[in-house]
Write a protein that binds this ligand. Structure first.
Ligand code: GDG
Length: 479
């Protein structure tokens, strides 16, 4: 875009994943929400993207050079992180400590937490890359809980840069966040940014409560906080999905064909799609589905739940335990309730291709999205965007960030197993006119507030932010 500033996106992972193959390497586009959402602004704003490319130590000299050239051509700057550092920074701290804290799961914390020094060291490595590639006027947009220290580390070296930070997960209630001995240091890290973005008012409220208790400072009516010689803006930017593109893809012939296969032999289909993560509420969802069949036996042999659970973070014992729990529940419920011609739950422990994903969204009479905690949750928005037929009912946890916007879903308390079962019954028996009224409203919401609008709003907020005042003692160092 002529005249627009350049955008530096920084996230733990690059939007492509590199893997070593027998004859060199393979590059694969990442499909997740962050990668899809940021791809547009990255291309339009002549951007560079800084992140970890995946495990590349096995790619040798000449091939390595070729890889670097390929990445560079796409504006992608790889940050090198050793296997040992990755273990501590990503697994031990980010996923085994920060993730459970942000999802209210103090019970999942390891007894002893070690490795904050490595977390800082890796964040510094990202800061080195930002400083090396920064040019005056650039916008820097840092993403997520793996990089909480990065805004302050960049601010130290580029005092006048425009720095944005967006948290994709919930910011927890201080009662929980304060369990971390590093709580003050982490918040100081975030406050290096000019604009700090959250999905919802609630997550921002938790953050301002932490600021109040740690530093005795308050957010003003204009949503800014005084911090050192700057003002930091705390904004609410609910992330959306690439709705127009999903709408287009969902109409494809192959999607319609696959949709029919999922519905064969049953009259109603319920669908759940999640990473296999303890925050997503899968075990209680299974119990709720069982309860539906116990309380309303007329559904037996007529309804099926297809649950896709995408393998995730299998190196952590908490995730292996979550998997074992889901496996056992599916086995028990199917064992108790199946008949020779029907089983209630079809369980897929794998990632499915995009066409299958869309066909499942389109095939579902009821989509069950029941996390115990979720920063936003994009699956429910993708479901609405894919329903070109304006049909299907969304049952959504009130503890997902998306519940603030998707008020035409049937909202449930995911801890209330009987309540969820009754809501699924209500969804299965809802008259067509009401289903369509609700789905039209969900689709209008999702199409209007899409991922492009999300990125544009954040970038505008960062551009419009009052720059940090010049300080006599500070010199910019971009060499
Ligand atoms: C974090 C926050 C926040 C899932 N299964 C398959 C597949 N997916 C795709 C979905 C969706 C994405 O993965 C999952 O996004 P969510 O938002 O639901 O969840 P997290 O991964 O936990 O994301 C969350 C998000 O960041 C963005 O800020 O909303 O709260 O936890 O896009 O479509 N894609 C394919 N096959 C699968 O089997 N192709």
């Amino acid at each position: 875009m002529a005249g627009s500033p350049r955008l530096i996106t920084v996230s733990n992972r690059l939007p492509v994943t590199v893997s070593a193959t027998t004859d060199g390497f393979a590059l694969e586009q990442s499909a997740g929400g962050l990668a899809t959402g940021m791809r547009g602004p990255h291309e339009q704003l002549d951007g560079i993207w800084i992140g970890w490319p995946g495990e590349i130590s096995r790619i040798d000299g000449a091939r390595r050079g070729e890889l670097m050239r390929k990445l560079e051509a796409g504006g992608l700057i790889p940050v090198t992180i050793s296997k040992e550092e990755q273990q501590v920074f990503y697994e031990d701290i980010s996923n085994a400590v920060l993730w459970p804290i942000c999802h209210d799961r103090l019970d999942q914390l390891p007894l002893r937490v070690e490795g904050w020094d490595v977390y800082e060291r890796v964040n510094r490595r990202f800061a080195d890359a930002v400083v090396e590639h920064y040019r005056p006027g650039d916008l820097i947009w840092i993403h997520d809980y793996q990089l909480l220290r990065l805004p302050a580390l960049v601010r130290e070296r580029l005092p006048h840069a425009r720095i944005g930070f967006f948290l994709h997960v919930p910011f927890p209630n201080p009662e929980i966040f304060f369990a971390l001995p590093t709580r003050r240091w982490l918040v100081e890290g975030v406050m290096g940014a000019d604009v700090v973005g959250f999905h919802t008012r609630r997550w921002r409220g938790h953050f301002t409560a932490a600021l109040r208790r740690l530093f005795h400072i308050e957010m003003d009516a204009d949503s800014t906080v005084a911090w050192e010689e700057r003002r930091v803006s705390l904004g609410i930017f609910p992330m959306g999905v690439n709705a127009a593109e999903l709408d287009r893809q969902a109409s494809a012939q192959e999607v319609s064909a696959a949709r029919l296969e999922f519905r064969a032999g049953i009259s109603k289909l319920v669908v759940g799609i999640d990473r296999l993560d303890y925050s997503k509420g899968i075990p209680r969802r299974l119990l709720a589905f069982e309860q539906l069949l116990l309380a309303h036996p007329e559904w037996r042999e007529r309804v099926r739940l297809i649950q896709v659970a995408v393998p995730s973070r299998g190196n952590l014992s908490s995730y292996r335990k979550a998997r074992a729990e889901v496996d056992a529940l599916v086995g028990r419920i199917n064992g108790d309730l199946s008949t020779p011609t029907w089983s209630p739950i079809r369980y897929l422990y794998r990632s499915v291709p995009q066409t299958t994903l869309l066909a499942l969204y389109r095939a579902a009479d009821v989509m069950l999205v029941t996390p115990a905690r979720d920063g936003m949750n994009l699956v429910c928005k993708e479901f609405a965007a894919s329903r070109v037929d304006e049909d299907g009912v969304l049952v959504l946890s009130e503890f997902a960030g998306a519940a603030d916007e998707l008020t035409d879903a049937l909202l449930v308390n995911p801890y209330d197993v009987d309540g969820v079962a009754e809501t699924v019954h209500e969804a299965l028996t809802m008259p067509g006119a009401e289903r369509r009224r609700r789905m039209r409203a969900l689709r209008a919401q999702t199409l209007e507030h899409d991922v492009h609008q999300w990125a544009d709003r954040f970038i505008s907020a960062l551009q419009e932010h009052e720059p940090a005042p010049a300080r006599l003692d500070a010199t910019e160092s971009f060499d």
